[in-house]
Structures are given as C-alpha cells and as structure tokens.
Design a protein around this ligand. Sequence first.
Ligand code: PLP
Length: 442
Amino acid sequence: MTIEELDRAHLWHPYTQAKTAAPPLPIVSAKGVWLHTEDGRKILDGISSWWENIHGHSHPRLNEALAKQAAQFEHVMFAGFTHRPAAELAERLVGVLPRNLSRIFYSDNGSTAVEVALKMSFQYWQNRGQAERRSFVVLDHAYHGDTVGAMSASADSPFTEPFRPLLFRTERVDAPYCYRCPVGRERATCNIECLYSLEGVLAAKGDTIAAVLVEPMLQAAGGMIVWPKEFLEGVRRLCDRYGTLMIADEVLTGFGRTGKMFACEHGPVRPDIICLSKALTGGYLPLGVTAATEEIYESFLSEDRRKTFFHGHSFTANPLACAVAIASLDLMCEERSLERVGKLEALFRARIVPLRSVTGVGDVRVLGGVVAVELGTAGRNDRHGYLEPVGPRLAAAFLKRGLLLRPLGDILYFMPPYAITDAEANWAIDQIEQVLAEFRAS
Ligand code: PLP
C-alpha cells in the first residue's frame, strides 16, 4: 500500500477536512530545506515545516544528539525525578534569556507553554493574596494555540468560532497593525496611539488584570503583523505602571526568527514570563518551555501544599527533546545563526520591498527571517481572513513549482529554515514574483 492509501483509510489531519482541501503530501525523506515525496518530487520547505525548523531537516548533529540520548534512556517522569538533559538545557536557556528569567518549566508544545503561563500567572496572584487579579489582556489578531486556554487568549477566528461558548472572557485591545491601523493613523507620523486602548483597559481595570499576553514584534498566525518596537516598549511600560505581569509568547519568534535571539530584545524589554517551543529543538521534537522570574517561582514555595503549581504532563522535560534542544543551541552558535538571519533579512528586503509598488500587492513586511506579502484588500470590508479563497489557490500554484507555502488567506509569507542558501532563497522569491504575476494576469 502507498502512504496515500494508508493515510486515506484512517487518518484525521489538522485543518484540512474541507472537501476542497488538497490531499496530504506523502513525504519519505527530508534533507536541508528540501522535502522528498513518495512520487519522487522535491519541494522547498518555505515555511520551516510549521515554523519550527531552523537548521534544515535531518541535520547530522541533531540526529547524533538524539541517538546518543536514546542509547542512555528515553524518558522518565519529571515530578520527583531529574536528569542532565533537562538541567543542562535549563542552564543554557537561562544563559541566553532576558536576565530576569531564571526558572524553566517544561511542557510539550507551544499551546501548553501558553497554558502554563496563563495558569502560572493566575495562581501567582492567588498565592500572593491578590486573587482579584484574574483576568487577561490580549491583543486583536492574536494567536496563542489551539487548546482551550490558548484559544480564549486568541483573537476570534475560524479556529475559535465553534468554541466561543466554551472560552473564558479576556480583555481585547488594539494591535499595532500599521497597514490596517486600528486608530486610523499613518506609521510615519503616529505616536503609537494604538497603545491607548491597552492603557484604557489597564487604567479602568488594572487591579483585576493578572497579565498582558502578547506575541512580541510579530503576530504570526493573525497575519504576519510586524510591530513597531515602540509598541513593545509601551506594553512593558504600561504593565509596570499598572503593576501587572507581561507574558511574551515567543513560541514562534524565539531562537532568532526575528533577527534577535528573542523578539523581546528588539525593545529591549524583559517580560515576566516567556513561552518557547518550535525552534527550541531546532524543529525536531515537541517541547515547550515557560520561563519565569525568581519572584514568580518563589510565590509557589510554601509550607501550604495548596500553593503548589499542580500542572504536569506525562512527557514533561522529555530527555530526547532536551538533548536535541541543547545540540540545537550549540549549532546556533557554531553556525552563527543570528548573523545568517541578518543576511537573510537583507536579501529579503532587497528582493521583496520593491513588490510593494506592484499592482495587487497591498503591503510587504520583513522582519528577520520572515517575509509577508499582503494582497491589496485594505479598503475591503468583506475579507474572510484565514478563509480568503485565494489562499489555497496560491498554495497550489506554489506547490506545482516545488515550493511549499501556506498563505494565511490573502497574506502570503515565506519563512524558511535559516539553513537555506542565498540561491535557494532567491529561487523561492522568483517563484513568488512569478505566481503573483500569473494571478494578476488571470
Ligand atoms: N503561540 C504562537 C505565537 C504560535 O505561533 C503557535 C503556533 O503556531 C502557538 C503558540 C501554538 O504552538 P503549538 O502549535 O506548538 O501548540
């Protein structure tokens, strides 16, 4: 039986049940930025799998770290046990994270890293005797994952729509989406007036807010929205002024994606809690981290066992994932990944920014190793967001050319592994130009 036949019999894939959805691609191997299909096609992974991969697929160093750890032991529960991969990774992370973040809590993926951050900040206030701080402020266009807490903290979208009655209430405030400015200003002349809505909520209800949760500098699934760094600075300033916690969801932006090790460094600002996953293991294995300050950690230390953080997953701190994460951090140093992302950003700016004047293109955005091209629908009020029908049509056109891209509705983006060569990146951008020209002509 082929993979396709086996798949059709029993599998249920994420996000692709629509009768019109393209069938899943059977992959038999992957190396560097290339995926190889069962029928012999070669496809450039232009989205780093699902935004995780940074060093390229099947990297010998990561393979070796995985095999070495597997030969030692594969897993042991983490409540009441510890091991070198988890402890060493925590030390390495604390060495690169903003200096105030010194406690590492492990979980399994990006959504659980966010769930942990929400629960941790919520209980922190209870443990400190301020149980009235029980609400969260989140941003328009936010996406924090598919679990119930993460969905509650995300913007309304087709992903959350069926579950709305199930979700807890949060305070929603403006995001700095400059192309569609929520307060009708122009970036060149504005004073980040979009921050007023966060300030208004904190001024009115600050005493009831447990934390402000943001995706710093790049709101990804909500449309690859790139922030002015002044907004990030403003969030930290307002959290300080109103005495609430700032949670940075760096599940996507962590480990160099925006050109800095962590997007918070663009301020720079120091969040009270940071959520990490995806590139944490170089894109190899599921692992989540929620890092917190010593002060937050200490609020859970007590003679009173009810103050304990009762949250733990079976595979917490999986040694295989931790060992690969350590090797990935080594590789980031050896391969000078941050420099590489800087060079990619320069290449992207040179090639993509001129597209802004092309008919049919509304906006282009570049930050670190991420490029977004928003098609020109600024004035339209019948946009369907992720469900814009042009998305799957564009994806199919790229796939035919051997390039994997998954536009978010009418927002096309390119986010390859840092291991991509200049020639490969230029080839991919040629395809983007050509497909946009084809779509304009049709
Ligand atoms: N947070 C952000 C910013 C994300 O982009 C994502 C996934 O894309 C998540 C959380 C959820 O991560 P996961 O898919 O690993 O649950």
